[in-house]
Structures are given as C-alpha cells and as structure tokens.
Design a protein around this ligand. Structure first.
Ligand code: S3P
Length: 443
C-alpha cells in the first residue's frame, strides 16, 4: 500500500504540460491491431496497467506485442481468425474495458477462454454483455447467475442482432461491435444516449467503418482488418484533473497540450464553462480520426450547476473531479442520472460522498448522484481512494485547495490510468510537495 501526501493551499499552477495517451483508444488500438492482417504501429499510447492487461491478454492469445514501455508499440496481428486458445486464465486486473471488449472478440473464437479480474472487477456487472452475446449465439457464463466475473466463454458461430442497450456504455457497445465483425449479418447497438465512439472511429481507420444513425450503430461482418499507424491523443479524462486544478487554484494559467477532444468525452468542458470557468481550445487538429487541441485554462470563481440527462455519459469518468470543482464553487451543484457511477472501479457516489466529507465538503448522496453545497473552505485531512484511481486523483486535486496536509490512502491504483500523475503534479505544484510514501510507515 502507498499513500500520496500533499500540502495546500498551492500557489498558482503555471506552464504547459502533456498528459499520457488516451486509455480507451490504447485498448482499442491494441485489440484491433491483434485482429488485423499485419503489423499495427502505435505511438503515444498509454503505458498504464489497464492497457498492459489488454496487451498481455493479446499475447496469451498468440499475438506478438512488442515494445511495451518504449515510444513505439508494435502489434503483429494474426487476422480475425488467427487467435489461439490461451493456456491459462486471462486476468484483466482492474480493467473493465479489457474484460468487456475482449469478451466480444472471444465470443466468436472456436476455443475456451476464462477471464477474471481483481477484487473490484469481479464485482462489476457483466449481465449487460452476457445477455446480448448469448442472443448472438455465444456460449458465455459468469459467476453468481451470470452476473459477475470470472467469465467462461466457448466461442462459435454468431448471428447479427439488434440490441437496445438499457445503459449508455461504450464497453457494451464495443463488445457487441467486435463480436459483430464475426456475425453472419449486421449487428446494431442502440443506446439511450451516445457513449464514446472510439471503436467506431478506429474501425474506420482499420478499413471497416460502422454506420451510425442517430443513437444506432451498425457493424457488418468483416473479411479482414487493415493495419494502420495509430497516433494516440492525450487522454481527456487525465487532462481533466489538471484542468479543474487550474480552474480552482487562484492565479493559475495552464496549458494542457495535444489532448483528445472527442465530443463524446468533453461534457465537463461545457459544465465548467456553465459554472463560469475560463477555458480556451487552441490549435484544433485531427489525429487518426480523433479531434485534438491544446486546452488553455485560467483560474476564476465558479458557481454551482445542475448536471444530468444525456450529458452524463459524456462526462461519466469526470464526475469525481467535477465534484471537487462543485465543492470549491459558490452555491449548490446537483448531479443526477448518474447511477452508473455505482458500478465503476468503486461505488463512486458513495466514495465521493464519504471521502469529500472528510475534507469538510458539504455533500449528500442521492441514489443516482450527489448534491454538493460549495464554497466552504476545505481542510486537509486523511482520506482514501477506495482502490479507485479517479477518486485518488480527485482527492489529490482537492488537497491543492485545502488548508493543511492531506493524506490520500491507497494511491497505487493511479497507475492503472495515469502513471505520471504524481510527477506531473510535482512539476506544476512543487510547493504542495506531493510525495508518495509507503503506507505502513506510520499508519
Ligand atoms: C470506457 C467506457 C466507460 C468508461 C471507462 C472506459 C471505454 O465505461 O467509464 O472508463 O473505454 O469503453 P462504460 O462503457 O462501462 O460506461
């Protein structure tokens, strides 16, 4: 166990930084690369633990993945039908994306696979993929009445289906689109609100574009995928921690360069602007079919806001850091329609309510969200991540505006999505003296 210690309030955050590559795009580039006919070169990818799980799973399926940790990752694809039965259980660790997306591919493979994960992942709902994959013809089972991992899959011939998903989930949508590559006819996923569309964009890059019509996405059976060179933009969800930090720490003026600004991901920009934040996007361009820009943010006062509806899937991963912004804003913030937060790496509604309260935030838990009365001064205190990377980083940002020392417990999980978080924080906020300590020292 380790913990992160910081001292606030921090002086202004200044300068320019880059965040690591997008986690969602990295997973997908590796997976599609594994299924392509030839070598996919991936630059700017996220060398975090979650994506490493996807790479390791592909290796166990017989795919050569070369250069992990170096600037250039090379995935020597085996073609859609070239994977081989793994000798052991595939362990997705903390990564829901690894487990759900792989299940879609494995549902079509003529062999047996068993997939598992860590204590958090083995409590996350899998019925949402098991049910539609079974309708496609897959043999797939899960623990506790097909609800949770471990999953066992014996793949085979699949038929195309139309799936009306009750949740807006890119992981569900992507699992079915990947399975749909192998089906005997078109596979359509209809979502209640649009979720991130990186799978669709990358499939286009690999020469097999799905068709999108309103809330429906359709993929047709594929004969093969053509490898491409993928350049992964910076992860907007990682950038969001520094974005909010610079909004809150008075006098800050920070540029976060080369960040992915795919509109299915940037809902928090609209919310922060609605709260009064000053954020500019400069140097807009495109990288491998994804919009990219430099985010320039200056600190200023924020006011509370109400957030819900179709906006939620566009900022779901940013709600922990949005809650910190709400705590520092004047007035009340309501976050609604966000029940999905309860089945993330932790129950994020419960985690945020309990851990922010330790720092003095006036926060109330709702079944599907949070009510936060902002504007109370925050006080540094011991708090904990509950093993959830985004809770850990959100608390670290809160610590920058809290008076005194904050000790965030159990922060090793940050490495799943943002291994450089603490060094970057140290660079832009040296006076907060962020440092990681073994937790058993004076626990
Ligand atoms: C992801 C989709 C989202 C998100 C997760 C990454 C992806 O999950 O919360 O961090 O890469 O597809 P859901 O699709 O389950 O909402």
């Amino acid at each position: 166990m380790e913990r992160l210690i910081l001292r606030g309030p921090a002086p202004p955050l200044m300068g320019r930084l880059q965040v690591p590559g997008d986690k969602s795009i990295t997973h997908r580039a590796i997976l599609l690369g594994a299924l392509a006919d030839g070598t996919t070169a991936i630059r700017g990818y996220l060398a975090g633990e979650d994506c490493e799980r996807t790479a390791a799973a592909c290796r166990a399926l017989g795919v050569d993945v070369e250069g992990w940790g170096s600037p250039l990752l090379r995935v020597h694809g085996k073609g859609l039908r070239g994977l081989r039965e793994p000798e052991g259980v595939l362990d997705a660790g903390n990564s829901g994306t690894t487990l759900r997306l792989l299940s879609g591919v494995l549902a079509a493979q003529p062999f047996l696979t068993v997939l598992t994960g860590d204590a958090s992942l083995t409590r996350r709902p899998m019925g949402r993929i098991i049910e539609p994959l079974r309708r496609m013809g897959a043999s797939i089972w899960g623990r506790a009445g097909d609800r949770y991992p471990p999953l066992a899959i014996r793949g085979g011939a699949l038929r195309g289906i139309r799936h009306e998903s009750p949740v807006a989930s890119a992981q569900v949508k992507s699992a079915l689109l990947l399975a749909g590559l192998y089906a005997d006819g078109p596979t359509t996923v209809v979502e209640p609100a649009p979720s991130r569309d990186h799978t669709e964009r990358l499939l286009r890059g690999f020469g097999h574009p799905p068709e999108t019509e309103g809330r429906a996405v359709t993929v047709r059976p594929a004969r093969g995928l053509t490898p491409v060179a993928v350049e992964v933009p910076g992860d907007f969800s990682s950038a969001a921690f520094f974005l909010v930090a610079a909004c809150l720490v008075p006098g800050s003026d920070l540029t976060i360069a080369r960040v992915g600004i795919n509109p299915t991901r940037t809902g928090i920009l609209e919310v922060l602007e609605g709260m009064g934040a000053r954020i500019e996007i400069r140097a807009r361009r495109e990288l491998c079919g994804e919009p990219v820009g430099d985010l320039v943010v200056r600190a200023g006062p924020l006011r509370g806001i109400t957030v819900g509806g179709a906006l939620i899937p566009r900022l779901l991963d940013e709600i922990p850091i949005l809650a910190v912004a709400a705590a520092a804003a004047e007035g009340e913030t309501e976050i609604r329609d966000a029940g999905e937060l309860r089945v993330k790496e932790s129950d994020r509604i419960a985690s945020l309510a309990a851990e922010l309260a330790r720092l003095g935030v006036d926060v109330a838990e709702r079944p599907d969200g949070l009510r936060i009365r902002g504007g109370r001064p925050l006080a540094g205190a011991p708090c904990g991540s509950r093993g959830d990377h985004r809770i850990a980083m959100a608390l670290a940002v809160a610590a920058l505006v809290a008076r005194g020392e904050t000790r965030v417990g159990d922060t090793a999980c940050i490495g799943t999505s943002f291994p450089d978080f603490v060094p970057l924080l140290r660079r832009v906020a040296p006076a907060a003296d962020p440092r990681v300590e073994a937790a058993d020292r004076d626990a």
